[in-house]
Design a protein around this ligand. Structure first.
Ligand code: GLN
Length: 240
């Protein structure tokens, strides 16, 4: 974090923001403020250039056509790739997650180019994955079990230069036949989880904040966010 404020860039809310993904920005602002870290959030429309000096870039989910348009504009802009080279934190959900990869499936399943910032490839599966998803996060990230809501046709495979974010406990996730959900490499992390993901999983929010400020942050007392997480975990894992 080079300046005295943590700069959060919420990318293309006019194209990529389904199921309340914008809540991810709000929870980051709040959890940073509770640690005395001031934030500044840019709500970046898709006709504006990506600012090069962000600390934390967020992308949400989207329908197929807005997703394709967002990928075209982000590729042409180049700012997010520059941010990744600086090792800024990038957190992406669903359509945003697919866009970070080498390619994703268009409306007819045709492969379309992504940004190539995360070593993943997405295509279109036979059926949509819709419902609650639960995953056990890679041990080295030290984040407890995560929960979210998924709604996607995309199927994502992870290449050798990225790692699975989590192992699926319930739901579909990447749908790659290996039971993985999401992926990460360096400070770039993607998931199929809406919810919004960072509201339902405060541990994941704190991981991103820790990466962005470059140091451990003090623990916060449990809040409604932990209660929500517990409630969603119980609901998702309850026998039917
Ligand atoms: N359009 C993409 C898919 O169906 C992403 C959907 C989403 O972001 N919810 O896979």
């Amino acid at each position: 974090m080079p300046s005295d404020r943590l700069k959060i860039v919420w990318i293309y809310p006019d194209l990529l923001s389904t199921y309340g993904d914008q809540g991810n920005t709000i929870v980051l602002e709040r959890r940073a403020a509770l640690r005395g870290v001031p934030t500044e959030t840019v709500h970046l429309r898709s006709d504006e250039p990506v600012p090069p000096d962000g600390d934390l870039y967020l992308l949400g989910g989207g329908e197929d056509r807005p997703q394709i348009l967002a990928a075209q504009r982000l590729r042409a802009d180049g700012g997010l790739a520059e941010a990744a080279r600086r090792n800024a934190v990038i957190f992406a959900v669903c359509a945003g997650y697919q866009i970070l990869g080498h390619e994703f499936g268009g409306e007819e399943g045709q492969p379309l180019p992504g940004l190539g910032l995360l070593d993943i490839r997405s295509g279109r599966g036979q059926q949509r994955a819709v419902g609650e998803v639960v995953g056990d996060v890679a041990a080295e990230l030290n984040v407890p079990r995560i929960t979210g809501f998924e709604n996607h046709q995309g199927v994502t495979t992870i290449g050798p230069n990225a790692r699975p974010l989590a192992k699926v406990v319930a739901g579909v996730g990447n749908g790659d036949g290996q039971g993985f959900e999401g992926a990460y490499a360096g400070h770039t992390l993607g998931t199929y989880m809406h919810g919004p993901a960072l509201v339902r999983n405060p541990g994941l929010a704190d991981l991103l904040l820790t990466w962005a400020v470059g140091m451990e942050l003090p623990q916060l007392p449990p809040s409604w966010s932990e209660r929500l997480r517990e409630e969603r975990l119980n609901a998702a894992l309850a026998p039917r």
